[in-house]
Write a protein that binds this ligand. Sequence first.
Ligand code: C2E
Ligand code: MG
Ligand code: MG
Length: 483
Amino acid sequence: MPQAELQTGRIDCQEEDARLSALASTGILDSEPEPSFDAITRLTAEYFKADTVLLGFADESRVWIKSYWGEPVRELPRERSVFEMVLADDGPVVVPDVSKHPNFTGSRLTIRRLEVASFASAPVRSGDGKILGALAVFGCQPRRRMAVVEMRMLESLADIVASQLELRRMRMTFRRCRQRNARAPKHAAGTWPRKSDLRQALDKREFVLFYQPEVELSTRKIVGLEALIRWQHPERGLIPPMDFIPLAEESGMILPIGDWGLSEACGQIQRWCREDPQQGAPRVCVNLSARQFAREGLADHVEALLRQSGVSSRLLGLEMTESSLVSDHGTALEVLSSLRRLGVSLLLDDFGTGYSSLHHLHSLPFDVLKIDRSFVSRMTEPSDQPLQIVRTIVELARVLGMDVVAEGIETQEQFALLRQLGCRFGQGFLFSRPVAADTISEMLRLPGRILPEPAESATAPMECVIEANYPENAKMEMAHDLS
Ligand code: C2E
Ligand code: MG
Ligand code: MG
């Protein structure tokens, strides 16, 4: 019916407008190629043994290639493209044999020098589900039908691109807000704390390290500990790090505070080794911030600390987020390599929240990646996107030979799902909140260092489990811990 057709046409136009504005809001269109996206096309090619992989985004008339692996392509006409097929199907498209597909009878599909015999493509969607682009794998041979698990992998890889774009969009919005508020001073006079408060706290030894166990998920055995700083203020009580670390970073106080943290952690490792000379201490991981990372001679400094405390380097881990790495890739590689040569473990913290994650993942010498809590907490949501992302991260880590630690496990359901996905290690309130060193000593005395079976849900019942096992000191720490 002509009228219906007209109406459909109008709706399509509106949808296309909405799609284009979603695309513009990510800032991806016409942006320079970025290695982070090259990492994903390369990993896709490795996984699918593809001859060419393209990650493209479509404007009105063309598919503009953000990253390729194999045949070098900058852009393609949108008409009759693989992207159009993905858009028409509103989902993934698999063509195992191009010669038998009705769209290609009597015509060939070529990408530069590659005569395409088979392809598959999955959509890259915006936060509200609009198809912005597609990730496509191409082969020069017909292939068997795609297994469900392979299809899921392709969709998950496209979802990772989508989550990177969503973060980029959020960051752009945030930057705009910040520019608007640029005149307001960050730490206005009269707000607490000030730099001098931090200096005093350090002099008066008011900082303290808490430790959170990292467990092997199949056994609940403690395999590591994360050191997390708190400020034990005489009047204000226990202050969580997010209330003073940003000021410490901004004011430069993070350097002496960070030095204190590293040497305190080394001293504590020594004490745990003495308490249990047979098993020794588990690896203790200390968080490093950007200023510490950018400091000249970081590796020499860590080496000197290890020597002074007599701690073996394999008992120390250093956690960094992507944003704390220096932006110059060559320097980051140099610093990390020299730390690695010392024998300390390097952990990429909050993985998945930085948009260049994949680049760092395979080009820098990290040996562990920690899946950010935001993905773990959303894993059980009705939309299975976060679950897919976690699945893909676990799979990528496996391909790259890295260990994975899931952060922020709070529920039995998350715990069970992570185990199903093959994630080996985790930490979270379900097992234990961060607690004082004495409580950790008690935990390390448990048979096999295996933590008690977690209660049904994380917060309240878990505290009961811990209290039941470590009655006196644990109760006090639970009451104080604000995390
Ligand atoms: P992070 O390194 O990602 O540490 C994990 C944070 O998640 C900790 O918060 C921990 O208490 C919290 N957490 C762990 N499991 C769960 C869970 O199941 N549910 C929830 N809701 N949260 C959980 P915390 O101790 O407040 O530390 C926050 C951040 O402060 C850390 O994030 C780290 O970036 C920074 N930080 C902590 N200690 C230090 C330090 O000594 N030096 C530096 N530079 N930064 C530190
Ligand atoms: Mg950390
Ligand atoms: Mg983290």
